[in-house]
Design a protein around this ligand. Structure first.
Ligand SMILES: [Zn+2]
Ligand SMILES: [Zn+2]
Length: 276
């Protein structure tokens, strides 16, 4: 069993889960087995589990715990340049970094963001000018006699109005999916290699680096920190803060894979190769 198995366990249908597709009845794990496994895992790799459960949306509590843990980790590991610049606001800054880093780790292709074009409203207001006209009076008899037409009494004016139209970017939904243009698979066709080998060859999508969705930009974290430290220059962010921020995101993935390995170990793996 791995972390995905744990998620299935928490889902209502997952009373019995198996470790592998080849599983026969005897290999099926019972609830007790899983609880034991989780207990064992928690002692050894608790935070990765909390991170994963928080990410899967199962436990808000675990999510909070993961962020607190990450904040403490950040406080411990922060480079001197970051520590010095943050000054008294250092603990708060680390908390904010941890929160953004965790959200970065936990974001998925299913997430949506507010459409930047319409700011989540789905409707765009367009200023339009139009010309309207009216007649000052009904065409009087003398004018008719003189051969004049109603248009000689027409007054034109330009008015400004706002037109509401559906946002073209999100089609009126107000949300856009984070799914990458590669369809969320994280793979794109490698045209060169495909032509060369004559069979379809796929490579990691460059746009999303194989994740299948666009990551939240680190500039979001920058803005969060910037509101606390208005004197933080963009350069300093890029040179000392951003790499540190990225390392926090990486840490989350590391903890997750560590837990995954531990979980496989305590629940029994299919092959000895999984022991590491
Ligand atoms: Zn929109
Ligand atoms: Zn992609």
């Amino acid at each position: 069993m791995n972390l995905d198995g744990v998620v299935k366990f928490f889902a209502p249908k997952g009373m019995y889960i198996s470790d592998s597709i080849r599983a026969t009845a005897s290999e099926q794990l019972t609830v007790t087995d899983v609880m034991t496994a989780l207990g064992m895992t928690q002692a050894d790799a608790g935070i990765g589990l909390a991170m994963y459960l928080g990410k899967a949306g199962i436990s808000q509590q675990d999510r909070e715990a993961a962020i607190s843990w990450l904040a403490a980790y950040a406080k411990e590991k922060a480079p001197f340049a970051v520590r010095r610049l943050a000054g008294k606001k250092f603990p708060l800054c680390m908390r904010i970094l941890a929160k953004f880093a965790y959200n970065d780790y936990a974001s998925s292709a299913a997430d949506t963001v507010d459409c930047p074009k319409c700011h989540g409203k789905g409707i765009i207001e367009k200023a339009v000018t139009m010309e309207k006209s009216h007649y000052t009076m009904r065409l009087p008899q003398f004018a008719k006699d003189l051969g004049q037409s109603p248009s000689d009494f027409e007054v034109k004016r330009i008015i400004e109005d706002t037109e509401h139209c559906l946002c073209s970017r999100c089609g009126g939904k107000g949300k856009i999916s984070k799914r990458c243009q590669c369809g969320g698979t994280g793979k794109t066709l490698d045209r060169k290699a495909t032509d060369f080998q004559g069979i379809p060859v796929y490579k990691d999508c460059k746009r999303c680096e194989g994740r299948g969705f666009t990551r939240p930009k680190s500039s979001v974290a920058y803005r969060g920190i910037f509101s606390l430290l208005p004197s933080l220059p963009d350069r300093t962010w890029r040179y000392s803060w951003k790499p540190f921020y990225e390392s926090l995101v990486t840490k989350c993935f590391e903890e997750e894979s560590y837990t995954d390995r531990q979980l496989k170990r305590v629940t029994g793996s299919q092959s000895l190769n999984d022991f590491s």
